[in-house]
Design a protein around this ligand. Structure first.
Ligand code: ZN
Ligand code: FE
Length: 258
């Protein structure tokens, strides 16, 4: 199993630090929005930073990329369709990030919706999905359409149940509070909400999640189920014929949820 640890940044971002299976003193980071916390962890653990993976161009995901790349000589990988802060190997759907000397190989998946060029990295039973799928929720649709975002979530949902979900924010508690409003009769949501509350009370991380678990608790992966559809219809006050309409209604419901 891949050894991955969170590096906290800003108020609720996670920069994921991957230990290279093939080189005990080497590391890769995903979405370093800040350089300083990464440098501190590298120093503390005595690790060399060899590569940086970027899921999308938002500042809280790329703010530390140029500095880390320059200071460590790390190779940068990122989405071909977005503007990145420094030179990078550009990736599109179906590409692989093969770092043979590190024992790492990730498949690149295009998952547009939060941003149009957003990509995810899948490999070793882990998915690094940036701001697309969160535990109990999904990212805001800043650039894509509901159909696009739902399609991206469907692609993620087709991965194996055991896939560990490494998303980029600690949004789980708010997401599950919302999920419990959408499906008050879903015992898995209520259980997850209680467990998450307990973790957050002591400022503990709620990630990674697992895809199989998300299927049971994440309303955005459950748009085709009658419970979510009827809740969305009741909230929207109209019939929602297509899954993408249900998705859009749940997404905008969440946008206004406090
Ligand atoms: Zn973002
Ligand atoms: Fe973000």
């Amino acid at each position: 199993m891949l050894e991955v640890s969170p590096v906290r940044a800003f108020s609720d971002n996670y920069i994921w630090l991957i230990r290279a299976p093939g080189q005990p003193d080497a590391a890769v980071v995903v979405d370093p929005g800040q350089a300083r916390p990464v440098d501190e962890v590298l120093e503390e653990l005595g690790l060399r930073l060899l590569a940086i993976l970027v899921t999308h161009y938002h500042p809280d995901h790329v703010g530390g990329v140029a500095e880390l790349a320059a200071n460590h000589g790390a190779r940068v990988f990122g989405p071909a369709r977005e503007r990145l802060p420094c030179e990078a190997q550009l990736l599109d759907d179906g590409d692989h990030v093969r770092l043979a000397e590190l024992g790492l190989d990730f498949l690149v998946m295009a998952i547009p919706g939060h941003t149009l060029g957003h990509i995810a990295y899948y490999g070793h039973g882990a998915l690094f999905c940036g701001d697309t799928l969160f535990s109990g929720g999904c990212g805001r649709m800043f650039e894509g359409t509901p159909a696009q975002m739902l399609d991206s979530l469907d692609r993620i949902a087709a991965l194996p149940d055991e896939t560990r979900i490494y998303c980029a924010h600690e949004y789980t508690l708010g997401n599950l509070r919302f999920a419990a409003s959408v499906e008050p009769g879903n015992a898995d949501v209520i259980d997850a909400l209680e467990a998450t509350r307990a973790l957050r009370e002591r400022d503990a991380i709620t990630l990674p999640s697992e895809l199989g678990r998300e299927r049971g608790i994440n309303p955005f992966l459950r748009c085709r189920l009658p419970s979510v559809r009827s809740a969305a219809e009741a909230h929207a006050g109209r019939t929602l014929a297509q899954p993408s309409e249900v998705f859009a209604a749940v997404r905008s419901w969440k946008d206004g949820f406090r």
